[in-house]
Ligand binder design. Structure first.
Ligand code: CLR
Length: 380
């Protein structure tokens, strides 16, 4: 067996960690993972992946018809996936465990000097839920969503169901708003026994437009015998299960092409090449010294530095200090008869548009317990 850090001691620790997974229940935040598998950043940073292909996001507004926009939303969605699910592993040799965000933790960022703005807030600690909004005001496009993970463990694999959804809104020239409900794929974390965990996507996710078009994205990976990793087959139909306008096949890390049947004789044409360098740009955040105390990189600075320098004792001390302070805050609030107030988001009932779109997909999607809630940006 090959490990990232091959000492016998680490190997034994990793093996016993994996064995402990088999019986584990609950959320991933409760796992005490070996130090070399810790990532030096928090889960609140992850919504930034939605904004990385910023040109594709902006281009959604340029679609002339519902059909064109459905294709553009689908292209943007697919172009985020390699950032979301394979880049960390590629850059560091293995997927790692990010920090479990504290309640009210924020991640604020932007692209192009503020043309595209990201706001993230940890809106629940138990269970962990992250809310985010991404907005390109000039183009009239916004994405609002929340995400949480439900995990099941076996000795061979961690299986993660993403609970939550995104709602993308596009302001049209006539003043009306078009809405897209975006559901999220399931993940498998493989490669555990070789000490190099990586993500593969499975099953199906959807993009349901308010105009009635549906994108159905089916994921598959390298199978037992053959097959390529990170593959998808996407159909764009009028309504879930309706007649097919386009079929797109390929990998979400590389090329996706129009496949038969596709309208307008587009077969064989390239729809997206997700491997193109420079297509995704990482988010820009303010320098840590200028960040607020609730901002992720400032709050976790000492922990991140400990991990990056290999001083795991310092990292774990800083982490305990942060977590104890949080626990104390909750106790103080309770004693004062107060509850924690979110700063950026509010718990609001799902808007009727969301309900309508979710209803359109009802036989296909089982939304989790949080489907009854969404977190809207407050004006505070
Ligand atoms: C978070 C929301 C993003 C997409 C995304 C990508 C990778 C996922 C992450 C989400 C949640 C946390 C996650 C991670 C991959 C590995 C990591 C599941 C869904 C877990 C916590 C790490 C476990 C590592 C073990 C080897 C210990 O939009």
């Amino acid at each position: 067996m090959q490990c990232c850090d091959c000492s016998d001691r680490n190997r034994r620790r990793w093996t016993s960690f994996l064995k402990s997974l088999a019986g584990a229940t609950g959320d991933l935040s409760s796992l005490t993972a070996p130090s070399w598998i810790l990532a030096p950043f928090s889960l609140t940073e992850f919504p930034s992946y939605w904004g990385e292909p910023k040109e594709m996001f902006a281009a959604i507004a340029d679609g002339k018809t519902p059909e064109e926009r459905q294709l553009l939303v689908t292209r943007w969605f697919l172009s985020t996936l390699s950032g979301q699910f394979t880049r960390r592993e590629k850059e560091t040799g293995s997927e790692k465990k990010p920090f479990n965000p504290f309640l009210g933790e924020q991640f604020l960022g932007s692209w192009d000097g503020g043309d595209l703005v990201l706001n993230v807030e940890q809106v629940s600690h138990h269970p962990p839920i992250t809310a985010y909004s991404l907005e390109n005001k000039k183009k009239g496009i916004s994405l609002e969503g929340n995400c949480a993970q439900k995990t099941s463990f076996s000795a061979r694999m961690i299986s993660v169901k993403q609970v939550g959804h995104g709602l993308l809104r596009v302001k049209l020239a006539d003043g009306s708003t078009e809405t897209y409900l975006i559901t999220l794929p399931k993940l498998k974390i493989e490669g555990l026994w070789t000490g190099k965990p990586y993500v593969e996507l499975t099953e199906t996710s959807y993009i349901q437009g308010s105009h009635g078009l549906t994108s159905t994205i089916k994921y598959s990976g390298a199978g037992w015998v053959s097959g390529t990793s990170h593959t998808h087959t996407t159909t764009i139909t009028s309504g879930p299960g309706g007649p097919t306008l386009y079929t797109l096949t390929g990998t979400w890390t590389g090329e996706t092409k129009f496949h038969k049947p596709s309208k307008d004789g587009k077969e064989g044409h390239v729809f997206l090449d997700a491997s193109v360098d420079g297509m995704r740009e990482k988010v820009t955040v303010r320098p840590i010294e200028e960040q607020g105390e609730h901002e992720s990189r400032r709050a976790w600075k000492a922990v991140a530095e400990g991990i990056l320098s290999g001083d795991y004792d310092a990292a774990s001390q800083a982490k305990s200090a942060l977590e104890n302070a949080e626990r104390q805050r909750r106790r103080d609030e309770q004693a004062a008869g107060k509850t924690f107030e979110l700063r950026l988001f509010d718990k609001v009932p799902n808007d009727p548009e969301y309900k309508r779109l979710a209803h359109a997909l009802k036989f296909k999607v089982r939304l989790g317990p949080w489907s009854a809630l969404s977190f809207g940006r407050t004006s505070r």
